[in-house]
Design a protein around this ligand. Structure first.
Ligand code: HEM
Length: 173
């Protein structure tokens, strides 16, 4: 490939030394920040002392911030795949897992988590905002929030793990 053509093709790629587009790289990297913050937010509220209800309010702030960051990331991701990169397949064709459809299977597994997770998050947040007192503190609704909150957190973790696997199979290997 000529130098100019090479420059043009690398320009389309992201900031990681992989075949991923800028947005794919961004979401891949962002999840490494989002998952530990989510883990901290839940650990923080779970292991608080009885007189530390302010930690509930911090948990609320952190979860709402995470949701806002994720909303922006998902929007940017969709814009990238629908309008900018359009098709990720040409970027993945060089992968040894592309022809055997392993990349496709891994994307399907990822989508099984990535599609329901935002719906679960919206449900957990809307219910929490409606039912917890302000400032946030334990109440009658706590037990149900703990169940749905754990499910939503597990779904987000699985979305990240399966997303990382897809990214690695398609754009790294
Ligand atoms: C998707 C967003 C959220 C997730 C995934 C989430 C997750 C969780 C989890 C897993 C716990 C229980 C920790 C444990 O004891 O095992 C918890 C506790 C709590 N969360 Fe959330 N949460 C979210 C949003 C919110 C929001 C928006 C509020 C406030 C309006 C809130 C208020 C609380 C409170 C007050 C507790 C303590 C409940 C208690 O122990 O009595 N959470 N959350």
């Amino acid at each position: 490939m000529g130098l100019l053509a090479q420059a043009a093709s690398t320009q389309l790629h992201g900031f990681l030394p992989t075949r991923g587009s800028w947005m794919l790289d961004f979401v891949f990297t962002a999840m490494f920040a989002i998952i530990p913050v989510m883990g901290f937010s839940i650990y923080w509220v779970k292991y608080r002392k009885p007189n530390e209800t302010y930690k509930c309010e911090w948990h609320k702030r952190l979860q709402l911030t995470l949701a806002a960051v994720l909303l922006v990331a998902v929007a940017a991701f969709e814009i990238d795949l629908q309008l900018v990169t359009k098709d990720w397949r040409p970027l993945a064709e060089a992968s040894p897992f592309y022809a055997s459809k392993i990349v496709d299977y891994s994307l399907w597994i990822h989508l099984c988590f990535a599609v329901p997770t935002p719906l679960l998050w919206i449900f957990v947040i809307v219910q929490a905002l409606r039912r917890f007192p302000k400032p946030a503190a334990p109440c009658q609704y706590s037990a149900r929030h703990v169940i749905w909150g754990r499910l939503a957190a597990a779904a987000m973790l699985m979305t990240a793990v399966t997303g990382w696997c897809f990214y690695w199979l398609a754009f790294v290997s």
